[in-house]
Design a protein around this ligand. Structure first.
Ligand code: SF4
Length: 178
């Protein structure tokens, strides 16, 4: 029997980049992104991920869109640059919720598309994920692709997504990154 993997996903195309690496798992896509602003943008990204789940036959779960809590958590960090302290809080919020859901729902493993972005501190994301995994008795499926490979994986995923006519965002997600 395959092990159960909860895959936190912020973007449909990013998720497609991992297809070759998760074949041995029974994977559920977890869309938990209260950072995304405005709500119309949230809906567009949500629909794109749902479409991928349907097309590629993955289970899908939408987490809460508790955007008010997100704004409270990043208060005082509004002017931080992208990849600064606000992003670290944003990663932590989403990874903590992923771990909580994984633990409460019998998953053995979790991972996240956050570690694919060529513009983010993936060492921070991976170290935090490993710490959360250890604290919660879960396994973190770690990806640590070199930057160039992350671009290549994303380009490959974009080609794969072409027939689906998927929405692809133009900014990271929050109000401050628009
Ligand atoms: S720039 Fe992206 S990662 Fe950073 S806080 Fe905004 S949505 Fe989160």
């Amino acid at each position: 029997m395959k092990q159960k993997l909860l895959f936190h996903t912020c973007c449909g195309i990013c998720f497609l980049s991992y297809l070759d690496f998760i074949k041995d798992y029974q994977t559920t896509i977890f869309f938990y992104n209260p950072n995304i602003h405005p709500e119309e943008e949230y809906q567009k990204r949500l629909e794109a991920v749902k479409k991928i789940a349907e097309e590629f036959k993955f289970d899908f779960v939408e987490g809460k869109y508790n955007k008010e809590d997100w704004f409270v958590a990043v208060k005082g960090l509004e002017k931080e640059p992208e990849n600064g302290k606000r992003c670290n809080v944003c990663f932590e919020i989403r990874l903590q919720e992923t771990v909580k859901f994984a633990k409460e729902n019998g998953f053995t493993h979790f991972s996240t598309t956050l570690n694919l972005s060529p513009y983010k501190d993936i060492n921070f994301i991976n170290e935090l994920s490993k710490k959360l995994a250890e604290e919660n008795n879960l396994q973190y499926l770690e990806f640590n692709f070199p930057k160039q490979e992350r671009f290549e994986l994303l380009n490959k995923a974009k080609k794969l997504a072409q027939p689906l006519d998927l929405y692809h965002q133009k900014y990271c997600g929050c109000l401050y990154s628009i």
